[in-house]
Design a binder for this molecule. Structure first.
Ligand code: PRX
Length: 631
């Protein structure tokens, strides 16, 4: 495979070229893709002016590279093996030729709804084939997809639809999730009461459940797809035209819509997939993520298809009908490359071992993890029980903002170190800085993880708010992209990500902003103010704990927990529910009124000797009261 890193020496060589002659490095790789028109310049702009562009002047369509190329060269190769939620239901498979036809049909349906280049389309779906097909069709017509994970509430969905002014929403009647049914269309209907921008809704019939269709606005997707033409002329996109928006949480304010562009993202998703996983022509790749998150964008929708791989797409959950489901699917499709999250590994590790022992798993060659730091117990279990100590584990560190993997072992090429992401990919220049912003050049080191120079896959802006983009990522350490993560670097330059250093909490690999949850809690009629922190959790990695000041001092923590969680589910979604609520008479604040979450974290973990100097607080006496409430 052209330009794939094949050896340790080659990794060193590629990395060095990517740093010393960045434009040459990326130009060579860009030439392996199909363009309607070649670019004028490789990379322009910088982190100071925040005007980064890659391959400006070039014209292309990402789906031509993900589909047409393979439909021509390997038309009968399977692109997708779709495995339904219920193993008794029939699976579906699409070759590259068939997938291209399906995407063309979907693009024709979108055109029929008046969708044009640049329009925003929101997807609120479960993992059915039409989800992937629709997202690709959006790119084919030149519109911008904004996917909202099917676990978000109507309110959260409405906020995201309105923020990007989406014209059309694609959903399904209901989603199968294990033995549960999620009423996606009903939730969409509720959201759309507040979204005047949406002109039409395409609804896929999946469960056949009873839903309402609004005359003039709602259309059955299946019927339109059946009638649609199988040819569609892909739109000519500028290299820097937006490809998608994806919302993610930060330490302050509402979720931000990170905007990714066409050419740079395409190269990043494709090259990182190729180098990290090392998937061969006859291999079967499976990423268990949902397309609702960035992992499902880069390593289900785009990366594997850009490389012409065969992959499994799964509708269900790891524990339905039983906790052996992942391993049964691995055996059924002879999966060679398996990519999942530490939270799933821990959850399955906690189940009866017979589920793993009953599986064969001999097809596996490479294992991957993503989304949160993996603890050594989970790493060992994954390595021994699933990989049989025979599969390299790639611990891939990256973010919604980075578009694709930034630091990771390359499977079978560079060294695996348990719980370490290890080395940066070619093109990535990571650095550690201290709290004052000074770069730490010596090894070993620990500090705040920054990236020093533009890379093709980076998000270019926050939709509609470039200033917020600057403030969030480029103001803490001017001239550098600040990831929000802390990391350690060993004497050989290998990175180990230690977790967020800002007010973002990683629950089961999902990013939750403390401010968002606090805003939701503060809506509760019995609560004056609240502060949310993350505490270690065996399965979820971290879970949410809230300290809440009630209006009435006799309110009980337990009663409030139930009603606050109902409220959070409504405001954000069940993924942001609290594990624990503690009623307190006040919160520790600085003299400028900022809540000192650091102190709350120490109290919650019982590290009372590490509280630090509390005398500078506006209300130092409150710390003892909180300790008492905790007990
Ligand atoms: O804290 C890091 C953690 O997940 C954050 C990014 O979350 P999100 O944008 O939702 O993307 C998740 C999928 C890429 C990071 O800031 N994170 C991600 N991968 C790892 C990780 N932490 C440790 N090790 C990883 N491999």
């Amino acid at each position: 495979m052209k330009y794939r890193v094949e050896s340790k020496d080659q990794y060193q060589q590629f990395y060095q070229t990517s740093m010393e002659d960045q434009n040459k490095y990326w130009e060579e790789r860009a030439q392996t893709f199909t363009w309607f028109k070649k670019w004028d310049s490789v990379q322009t702009g910088n982190f100071k002016d925040l005007n980064v562009e890659w391959f400006s002047g070039g014209k292309l369509n990402i789906t031509v590279n993900a589909l047409d190329r393979h439909a021509e060269n390997t038309p009968d190769k399977v692109a997708i093996f779709w495995e339904p939620n219920d193993p008794k239901e029939s699976p579906i498979q699409y070759t590259y030729k068939e997938l291209l036809e399906k995407v063309n049909q979907f693009a024709n349906v979108l055109a029929g709804q008046g969708i044009e280049k640049g329009d925003r389309i929101c997807f609120y779906m479960s993992m059915v084939p039409e989800f992937l097909i629709g997202v690709l069709a959006t790119a084919r017509i030149g519109a911008v997809h904004s996917v909202v994970f099917g676990g978000f509430s109507a309110k959260a969905l409405a906020e995201r639809i309105n923020d990007c002014d989406a014209k059309l929403v694609v959903t399904n009647d209901e989603a199968y999730r294990g033995n549960k049914i999620v009423p996606l269309k009903n939730i969409t209907d509720e959201a759309l009461e507040k979204c005047s921008c949406v002109k039409s809704v395409l609804c896929l019939k999946r469960t056949g459940g009873n839903i309402k269709m609004q005359e003039g606005r709602d259309h059955w997707l299946n019927e339109l797809l059946d009638l649609a033409d199988k040819e569609f002329q892909p739109a000519e996109m500028d290299a820097e035209d937006p490809l998608f928006i994806l919302y993610t949480s930060g330490s302050t304010g509402k979720p931000k819509g990170l905007q990714h562009t066409t050419a740079g993202y395409m190269l990043w998703a494709s090259e990182t997939y190729k180098n990290v996983f090392q998937v061969g022509d006859n291999d079967i790749y499976w990423c268990t993520a949902d397309i609702g998150w960035i992992t499902g964008h880069s390593y289900i929708t785009y990366g594997p298809l850009l490389n012409g791989s065969t992959q499994v797409m799964f509708e269900g959950i790891p524990t339905f009908p039983d906790a052996g489901r992942f391993w049964q699917i691995v055996d059924k499709y002879r999966v060679t490359h398996f990519y999942t999250a530490p939270t799933a590994i821990r959850a399955l590790e906690a189940c009866d071992e017979k589920f793993v022992n009953e599986a064969n798993l001999s097809s596996l060659k490479v294992l991957g993890t993503v989304g949160e730091p993996i603890n050594i117990e989970a790493w060992n279990w994954y390595n021994e029980k699933i990989g049989k100590k025979n599969c390299p584990i790639v611990d891939t560190w990256w973010q919604t903002e980075t578009g694709g993997i930034m630091i990771s072992t390359l499977a079978g090429v560079t060294d695996v170190i348990p719980c370490h992401a290890t080395l940066p990919l070619p093109g990535v220049c990571p650095m550690l800085v201290d709290n004052e912003g000074n770069e730490i050049t010596s090894n070993p080191a620990e500090g705040n993880l920054c990236i020093d120079r533009p890379w093709p896959g980076m998000a270019r802006t926050i939709y509609g708010d470039h200033e917020r983009y600057r403030q969030t990522y480029f103001s803490t350490y001017p001239g550098k992209y600040f990831t929000g993560d802390g990391a350690r670097r060993d004497k050989n330059g290998n990175y180990r990500i230690t977790g967020r250093v800002d007010d973002v909490i990683n629950v089961s690999g999902h990013r939750i902003g403390t401010a968002e949850v606090e805003d939701a809690i503060n809506e509760h009629e019995a609560i004056v103010e609240s502060a949310v922190i993350g505490v270690p959790h065996d399965i979820k990695g971290e879970s949410l704990v809230a300290f809440m000041i009630p209006f009435h001092s006799d309110s009980s923590s337990q009663d409030l927990l139930t009603s606050v969680n109902e409220l959070i589910t409504k405001e954000i979604g069940a993924i942001a529910k609290l594990e624990k609520a503690i009623v307190v008479p006040g919160l520790p604040k600085t003299r400028s009124g900022k809540i000192m979450r650091r102190i709350l974290r120490k109290v919650a973990s019982g590290e009372l000797d590490k509280l630090g100097d509390t005398s500078t607080l506006l209300n130092p006496e409150i710390v003892d009261e909180i300790i008492k409430a905790m007990k």
